[in-house]
Design a protein around this ligand. Structure first.
Ligand code: UDP
Ligand code: MG
Length: 318
């Protein structure tokens, strides 16, 4: 095997002991077929079963397998952050550790990266009507809000040029910084930074061993994360625009309402009444002012931060 590492496969695993052996042998086969240096990084996200032992066992048949063991269960984003920090390859591929993604499709992803894409994301295309309505609606909403034309933002099977997701200090300015549950929106964040993003269809096998770690509550979380992502991709450098839009709208509504009541009172009824509506208008004005000032405060925070970082756009010189 060549010394230089071309591919790092990063796989977050939480209680996946029964999946490791098969996944590892399939991965090894695929990676060796590439004829280039590779490493397989399992991020053991504080598993409580024999996952870590299973990875150590797998390492006996392939020295390119590593386990990064997190001190406690920290969720997928942090698991990725660890993996992206340790990865040494030029290309990083992420996939789940539950055998739902097929290692044999990794070369398809690599081909797209070789064609010049910065990020390739899988599209769990399992035939018409198979994906749930909620998932389709969610993806449609994501498309509308992020302007990124992909069908499946959630698919864990992805490939990246390593520096764009690296969490290393030297990549601070180009990398995406992923925390919380934002891994779901890595394509949107990359696209917003100006990276070339594309999508390829992938198979999605049913889970055979172990249990899914996410329940139906994830959709609520999904919407909150979507709000976060819209905010940070579109308004992080100009938060005032976000807050002021709401603030000015509320102020205008309140002002017009109160003006109408005042004029109606003076000109038609002879005295100003409709106090409930009048108060509603006032409250609207007050809340609007609050929004405006929150926006200004946010601008000051961004300014302080930018003075430290001095961000510049990403560009290439030819
Ligand atoms: N996972 C993880 N940490 C967690 C939850 C899940 O590393 O806190 C891993 C899990 O082991 C699997 C992947 O994330 O490799 C996806 O989880 P799962 O298959 O349960 O999600 P689903 O496919 O049902 O969306
Ligand atoms: Mg799964």
């Amino acid at each position: 095997m060549p010394d230089k590492i071309y591919l790092s496969v990063v796989i977050p695993v939480y209680n996946e002991e029964d999946n490791i052996a098969e996944l590892s042998s399939r991965l090894t086969k695929v990676c060796q077929g590439l004829g280039k240096g590779y490493e397989i990084l399992y991020v053991d996200d504080g598993s409580k079963d024999g996952t870590l032992e299973a990875i150590k066992n797998a390492k006996q048949s392939d020295q390119n397998i590593y386990a990064l063991s997190l001190a406690k269960n920290s969720g997928k984003s942090w698991a990725y952050a660890a993996g992206f920090n340790a990865a040494r390859g030029d290309i990083i591929v992420t996939m789940d550790g539950d055998l739902q993604d097929r290692p044999e499709q990794i070369p398809d992803f690599l081909e797209k990266i070789e064609q010049g894409y910065d990020l390739v994301t899988g599209w769990k295309y399992t035939g018409k009507g198979k994906r749930s309505m909620s998932s389709k609606l969610f993806n449609r909403l994501v498309r509308a809000l992020t302007k990124l034309e992909i069908n499946d933002t959630n698919c864990p099977f992805k490939a990246y040029r390593a520096d764009i997701v690296s969490t290393r200090e030297e990549n601070k300015k180009v990398g995406l910084w992923i925390y919380g549950n934002l891994y779901r929106f890595i394509p949107a964040m990359a696209f917003w930074k100006g990276y070339r993003v594309t999508e390829i269809p992938v198979e999605n096998d049913p889970r055979r061993f172990g249990q899914t770690k996410y329940g139906s509550t994830r959709f609520v979380g999904g919407f909150l994360d979507l709000m976060t992502i819209v905010f940070i991709t579109q308004y992080i450098k100009r938060p005032l625009y976000f807050f002021a839009k709401i603030g000015l709208f509320l102020m205008a509504c309140g002002f017009l309402l109160d003006l109408a009541i005042a004029l109606y009172g003076w000109l038609i009824e002879g005295r100003v009444g409709h106090f409930a509506l009048l108060i509603l208008g006032l409250i609207s004005i007050v809340i609007g002012v609050q929004f405006l000032f929150t926006g200004l405060l946010a601008e000051m925070i961004v300014r302080l931060h930018q003075e430290q970082r001095r961000d510049i756009p990403i560009f290439k010189k030819y």
